[in-house]
Design a protein around this ligand. Structure first.
Ligand code: DC
Length: 220
């Protein structure tokens, strides 16, 4: 198996990262959470009072943003921001950073560099369409907005953060809209991706289905 690439795309909260993490362990793949990279850029903009609409300012600061991923920790300019990038403050703004062409170019480039020569599983919105159009396996993981909101509220609760279900549902719908209607690499299923609706599936079930596809692709 050489440079095996699994691309998992889908909307916010469809379970991509949970599934990608588990697959990475089972099949010894390097896991790359590309959403976390967009979150790091959004956090930098917020902390440095960068106007998300000011492209001149954004072009100036982009080279100053250094992103590293070490032992599963997300390091922004030398600081571990793994927890901060999951806070509602960042979640609310991240899709505004993700629609900027220059931001995407920088991060797609980095995603390809990090993945180079490795067996990887990446999750995001444009992995199968833009980052790795020749990926060995492309999965488009979906779930109803209501189910995704329920999962998000539970995720927050597990981390000790309390969020209102209706607000989360609205924010998910808004993010879906922005992510799938933007000009740059909108969220959409690659023609050759396998679509899987996880709304009524347990994680174990989804994992089993995807595991079968991977084994098939690897010729096992
Ligand atoms: O998966 P997530 O919720 O952590 O993603 C955060 C944001 O980044 C979301 O608005 C979609 C965007 N994103 C993207 O545009 N392309 C990717 N490959 C990954 C995430």
């Amino acid at each position: 198996m050489e440079n095996f690439v699994v691309a998992i795309d889908g909307p916010a909260g469809s379970g991509k990262s949970t599934i990608a993490k588990l697959l990475s362990k089972e099949f010894d793949l390097t896991y790359l959470d590309t959403g976390a990279m967009y979150r790091m850029v959004a956090l930098y903009f917020l902390d440095n009072n960068i106007d998300f609409n000011n492209i001149v300012q954004i072009k100036k600061v982009l080279p100053l943003i250094e992103i590293d991923i070490l032992d599963g920790k997300f390091i922004l300019n030398g600081k571990d921001v793994s927890l901060e990038i999951r806070t509602p403050r960042v979640t609310e703004k991240v899709s505004f950073a993700a629609k900027i062409k220059e931001v995407r170019e920088k991060l797609v480039d980095l995603q390809r560099k990090i993945s180079f020569g490795k067996n990887v599983v990446l999750d995001g919105r444009d992995i199968g369409t833009v980052v790795f159009p020749d990926a060995d396996l492309k999965i488009f993981l979906i779930a109803s907005p209501e189910e995704r909101a329920r999962r998000r509220v539970k995720d927050y609760a597990d981390k000790g953060m309390q969020e209102d279900y209706n607000e989360v549902l609205e924010s998910i719908k808004e993010r879906d809209y922005i992510d799938s209607h933007r000009d740059e690499s909108p969220l959409k299923k690659a023609e050759d991706a396998i679509e899987l609706d996880s709304s009524s599936m347990e994680i174990g079930e989804t994992l089993e289905v995807l595991g079968k596809y991977i084994k098939e692709k690897k010729g096992e």
